[in-house]
Design a protein. Sequence first.
Length: 165
Amino acid sequence: MKHFKVSPHLNTEELLSVLNSQKEIRSFKDWQIIYCVAVNVGKTASELSVLLGVSKSRIYRIIQSYNKKGKAWPVSKHWGGRREARTLMSLEEESQLLKEVETEVLSGRILIHRDIKGKVESKVGRQVSDDYVWDLFNRHHCIKPIMTFPYHNINGCVLISGNAA
């Protein structure tokens, strides 16, 4: 059984006041974990996980990040979502690229997603997966319109113009 403790960035009274001042449920639960570990010295993570109703891995993760980053740990907490450090292009760069490509798509010079993939690869300077291009279309709400009538009015971004140009 692994015993652990909270680094003394805040004393128990300050931890309790921070805990009571939380507005969101997730941050309240995170501070509750820190407070319980600080107050119940010598308890194992499995005992605290039963008491708090969370997994042992979450307790370890919260305490480790609090011990490492101190008082400002919730500010730098980014779990899940689109992380800018790992993205190939920012959302603004992606929308700019799609605006540049839109005239070529409408004129019929770009017919399939691989042409746009080539433009993305030349801009990024490395290979990208097919999924990146489809995710790019999805992020910017670009669809392939289905022509139900020859004079159908198409609103929105038209990128993959297979038979419907």
